[in-house]
Write a protein that binds this ligand. Structure first.
Ligand code: TRP
Ligand code: SF4
Length: 330
């Protein structure tokens, strides 16, 4: 590949349509990084199975929905390798080989493991696959010899484990096969949900990236503003208002103006919401158009994943060849 700064891999579980929290929490970073690094962006459908093995019916549809969102938000398959994990079987082979040298205790002490084991209700996660979740993630990363992994803070322990595995491998076989990947914490914009909590799929308080533009104003109208404001002339406090948090994202140029007129009680919340709805619609218009194009022609996503899979496999196969040699399977 080209003379970029290094190799990046990141992945997302196929949860279906993404929302604005995903866009400003992660995806925006990915879009920027494709200019600077050689990027591999992977839909981790095997990871989805570690928790949803009882209900796999929606996984493949969710993969497509998510990739449509990636592309409509600016991920460019010419610049980044966009692919599906299960299309590159080498991840599974590396997972198996790494499992030979991974102490059980390393997996058991990963904080997400014990937390989720007890937190996630209605699913039996006392499985081999679920314990191995972070090791599969390490295989995803190491197979591309990634130098860095952009993730949210919750994933930092998984990248730490990946570094430990890389170190152990290189040390055991006295060969520097794997770089130790750096954690690049996503720079995120705070995206409140429609109910003042964090925007999240599990709170059902989200706006989807693919929301039809005409539905946006009604969603914004539902939002709670500064509860201390009863009349339009009451001075407001933008800092506690989620609508203002949206202004920060979508109306940066006129942020000062909005802040001032809210504080002085010069604009009403209805008007203020109207403005932010329009800004949001303008921002999402091109995203929406791109998504319609992709929806109209399902072959487009099929082709993107097909091509991405080919490119990813070419790299993965090389690494695996080295690993097999190193581990006495040559
Ligand atoms: N565990 C990650 C998450 O839940 C998803 C993931 C799988 C991933 N493989 C990865 C992230 C490799 C970064 C790199 O979000
Ligand atoms: Fe929030 Fe705008 Fe109302 Fe101020 S005027 S409280 S920023 S909606």
């Amino acid at each position: 590949m080209s003379a970029k700064k290094g190799i990046i891999l990141s992945g997302m579980r196929p949860t279906g349509k993404l929302h604005l929290g995903n866009l400003f929490g992660a995806l925006e970073n990915w879009v920027k990084m494709q200019e600077v690094y050689d990027c591999f962006y992977c839909v981790v459908d095997w990871h989805a199975l570690t928790t949803d093995y009882e209900n796999p019916q929606t996984i493949s549809e969710n993969v497509r929905e998510m990739v449509m969102d990636w592309i409509s938000c600016g991920i460019d398959p010419q610049k980044a390798v966009v692919f599906k994990q299960s299309d590159v079987k080498e991840h599974a082979e590396l997972h198996l080989l790494l499992s030979m040298l991974t102490p059980l205790s390393w997996l058991e002490r990963v904080p997400t493991y014990k937390e989720q084991l007890h937190q996630i209700q209605g699913k039996n996660l006392f499985t081999y696959g679920f314990l191995g979740y972070p090791l599969l993630q390490a295989a995803d990363i190491l197979i591309y010899k990634a130098n860095a992994v952009p993730v949210g803070e919750d994933q930092a322990p998984h990248i730490e484990l990946t570094r430990e595995i890389a170190r152990r491998f290189n040390h055991l076989y006295q060969k520097k096969i794997f770089p130790e990947p750096e954690t690049l914490l996503n720079i995120y914009k705070v995206v409140p949900g429609l109910d003042n909590r964090k925007m999240s799929k599990s709170y059902n308080n989200f706006i989807e990236i693919s929301t039809p533009l005409e539905e946006i104003p009604a969603k914004i109208r539902m939002m709670i503003t500064d509860p201390g404001r009863i009349k339009k002339s009451d001075p407001g406090n933008p800092d506690i208002c989620s609508v203002f948090a949206f202004h920060r994202i979508f109306n940066q140029d006129r942020l000062g103006e909005v802040e001032e007129s809210c504080k002085k009680g010069e604009i009403g919340c209805v008007q203020c919401k109207g403005t932010v709805s329009t800004c949001m619609q303008n921002f999402l218009e091109p995203v929406y158009q791109k998504r319609r194009e992709l929806e109209k022609d399902p072959q487009l996503i099929t082709d993107i994943l097909h091509e991405g899979g080919k490119k990813a496999r070419a790299v993965a196969q090389q690494t695996l060849e080295e690993v097999r040699q190193t581990m006495g399977l040559g």
